[in-house]
Design a protein around this ligand. Sequence first.
Ligand code: SAM
Ligand code: SF4
Length: 454
Amino acid sequence: MPMAKYSSETIHKYAAPVPRYTSYPTAPHFNETVGQTRYRSWLENIKPRSEVSLYIHIPFCDRLCWFCGCHTKHILKYAPILKYLEVLYREIDLIGAIIGKNATINQLHLGGGSPSLLRPEDLEKLKIRLEKSFKFSDRAEISVELDPSDLDDNILDGLARFGMTRASIGVQDFSPDVQKAINRPQSFEDTRYVVKRLREIGINSLNIDALYGLPLQTRAGLEKTLDQVLALQPDRIAMFGYAHVPWMKKHQQMIPAKTIPGLDERFAQARLAEYFLKQNNYLQIGIDHFARAGDGLAIANEQRTMKRNFQGYTTDNSQYLIGLGASSIGQVPEGFIQNTHATASYMRQVEGGELPISRGFALSPGDKMHGAVIEQLMCYFEINAQWLDENFGAQAASIHELARELLTSNKDGYFVETKSGYKITEEGKPFARYFAAHFDAYLNLGAARHSIAV
Ligand SMILES: C[S@@+](CC[C@H](N)C(=O)[O-])C[C@H]1O[C@@H](n2cnc3c(N)ncnc32)[C@H](O)[C@@H]1O
Ligand code: SF4
């Protein structure tokens, strides 16, 4: 399959900054109308024997990569982590006391920052505290985001005892000049060793994060990185575009704008990565993931059970996601809840016996419909008319109207009508965020600035 060609004009037209839609409405629209009382009542509504997922945020790293857009803090000592964990245990107790052991935890994700900084004895304590408050399914998936440079055999063994079943490791790019420009030295050999050990401790689902559009990155360098990534035989690859948001992440100012590939080059890098990974038998999943056939995400994509949430594409389709730790976001049928962002304030709230939330969003039936439509486009690039009408009845008319508007206005033919509804064509897929944004009723409300959409 040859690579599709796009004019510079087309690329620029569709690059308008819009959200990545890991939620709808997106986090900048969360507000203070969701407080303690409402969140508590939402948690109390969790039906007995429901499946629940947990996300735990560890907002610390022992280095600061200049490209990083995550909520994290550079620390030189371990003491802040110990203090944070003590507070996290209290938050676990608080939530556990509300939802009780009626619900079953089927997924646990440790993200950050770098949860790979946790020492084995602390992982052990965390496990004990979690099991004291929650009932885990025997088949619970436990996934952890790992920075390979944190890992040694001792930590890896600790992660195995913690019960980790899936690992996600950050690579970004292996070219030395790119690594220098993003302050992230990471050799291929060290990464290969970590992958080998992960396989030895029984991890059979391994994801690698790679990026395009990084400072000094070239197509040749990216191809070499992807060759090395393939040599590691990951089950999944997340291929993200570098989001340069220096107005939000001050350390990104360490990256001179002139070193960042222009829009046309960035787009060409994305297409090269897509072409290269597909040629090497990875299936494209949604806008930025690739997986080998047989991988859980590839199967969920095929069976249409894949979802999109704050962690990106996921096999997790439980209705309840509870976020723990500073800045974490939770999701229940009634709406979204975000924990306080600043770590010190988060800690103060928990120490005062409060649920440490700062904002949220209560979903209306209309929000749920728009959210479901956007999720379908971001996951499957289509809107099935029968699904829409059956699930949303008379309300669905407004979505049909928006779709018709798009059919008329999009002269490029990237959004088309089909026998079963509407879809983004194969050539239109790189612009999925642009088309999803057309169904976002909040897009022009509020002044949130987003990263470019391609
Ligand atoms: C929490 S980090 C991964 C774990 C670990 N801290 C590491 O760096 O290896 C999550 C991922 O987010 C992605 N990421 C971080 N900042 C980004 C940015 N500005 N634009 C796009 N992706 C970004 C990176 O690919 C990174 O691997
Ligand atoms: S990319 Fe990972 S290791 Fe680097 S600062 Fe961000 S969270 Fe920390």
